[in-house]
Design a protein around this ligand. Structure first.
Ligand code: ATP
Length: 355
């Protein structure tokens, strides 16, 4: 029996989580769920969007499956998702984007894994509000020390990129490529413009790549990478990116494989792992029972493999692939020809397709 912390989250979170729990339970692999609220429901019940006992549950169980969580405005939290990643040092966000037969796409074959650095860059939260005392002081300092003339009506965000965090994530990307026999790692950067932040990223990335001669490597500018992805995505394999580019490019890749409703993800640290779909809480469709649960179900596939239940993970992925290939049961975001299937109907179809 493995105990997993289960965080349904908010928005469409509880709906896609219930569907995922149903299909994982149908595998009969003996998972005990420890269910905890985070986000809006946790504020109501515990006065905090990320209560201490939720973090404790993840540190004890080491594994969590998490639905999307919206950060409510005015709670003092910048982002619950970012806080969770920083608290548990979940330094790697891994988002496999695979095109399943039967899903409409402009391309025949897409099989890309985006590996995103998760702890620093512009997401570190070092920000100074426009016209604040701190922003004015910083502007004065930059002008005095370096002659930088910043507009007085600027808001400021700082972008730190460290050698140590780059080392860890690039090493992870190469180890991943080796383990899963991937062809190459592509490192995206903008070192020609951000010489000292992306410069560190590129030079440390190249240094690590030199230690993995058995895996292909290329470094390309992130804007060029975006063009390649829209034009010839089948050339791409594992892509390693700093935090912000990783966020944008993984949504782009989700678009190549049928949209956010099909894009799973995992956040990994040395000791903990949190599995969650790439999509957010989608408030526009929350509570209607129409959300696509497949991104969350595929996140559970990744979780099952992580906890050593490889066969169960493979069975579940095969069932998802069967339902997608069959095409009769399709949620609204996959633009079905006939009546769209509800979240529950998709889960029922996947359970029925389990090998
Ligand atoms: P965040 O800022 O947390 O990423 P967001 O509001 O920018 O959130 P999402 O919530 O990820 O973006 O989703 C954008 C839109 O995509 C949603 O409003 C919804 O219409 C659609 N969408 C996302 N996930 C799903 C899903 N699982 N099923 C169906 N539609 C979805």
């Amino acid at each position: 029996m493995t105990t997993v912390t289960l965080i349904p989250g908010d928005g469409i979170g509880p709906e896609v989580t219930a569907a995922t729990r149903q299909v994982v339970d149908a595998l009969g692999v003996g998972i005990e769920w420890e269910v905890h609220d985070a986000g809006a429901p946790a504020i109501e019940a515990h006065g905090s969007p990320l209560p201490e006992h939720v973090l404790r549950s993840i540190t004890t169980n080491k594994v969590a499956l998490k639905g999307p969580v919206t950060t409510p405005v005015g709670t003092g939290f910048r982002s619950i998702n970012v806080a969770l990643r920083q608290e548990l040092d979940l330094f790697a966000s891994v988002r496999p984007c695979r095109l399943y037969p039967g899903v409409a796409s402009r391309f025949d074959a897409v099989d890309i894994v985006v590996v995103r650095e998760n702890t620093e860059d512009l997401y570190e939260g070092i920000e100074f509000e426009c016209s604040s005392k701190e922003a004015t002081k910083l502007r004065g300092f930059l002008s005095y020390m370096h002659g930088f003339d910043m507009r007085p009506d600027s808001g400021i965000s700082i972008k730190p990129i460290s050698i140590s965090a780059t080392h860890a994530i690039v090493e992870y990307a190469f180890e991943y490529a080796r383990k899963y026999r991937r062809r190459k790692v592509t490192l995206g950067h903008k070192a020609n413009i951000m010489k000292f932040s992306d410069g560190v990223w590129l030079s440390e990335g190249e240094a690590r790549a030199a230690e993995y001669r058995d895996v292909g490597f290329e470094a390309i500018q992130v804007d060029e990478l975006a063009m390649h992805l829209a034009w010839t995505p089948d050339d791409m394999d594992v892509i390693v990116l700093p935090n912000l580019y990783g966020d944008i490019i993984s949504d782009l890749c989700a678009g190549l494989i049928g949209g956010l409703g099909l894009a799973p993800g995992m956040n990994l640290g040395k000791d903990h792992a949190v599995f969650e779909p790439t999509h957010g809480s989608a408030p526009d469709i929350a509570g209607k029972g129409v959300a696509n649960p497949i991104a969350m179900i595929l996140s559970a596939v990744l979780m099952l493999r992580h906890i050593g239940q490889r066969d169960a993970g493979d069975r579940l992925e095969r069932a998802v692939a069967t339902v997608l290939a069959n095409g009769k049961i399709r949620p609204a975001d996959l633009r079905p020809v006939g009546e769209p299937a509800t979240t529950d109907a998709v889960a029922d179809a996947i359970v029925a397709a389990l090998p």
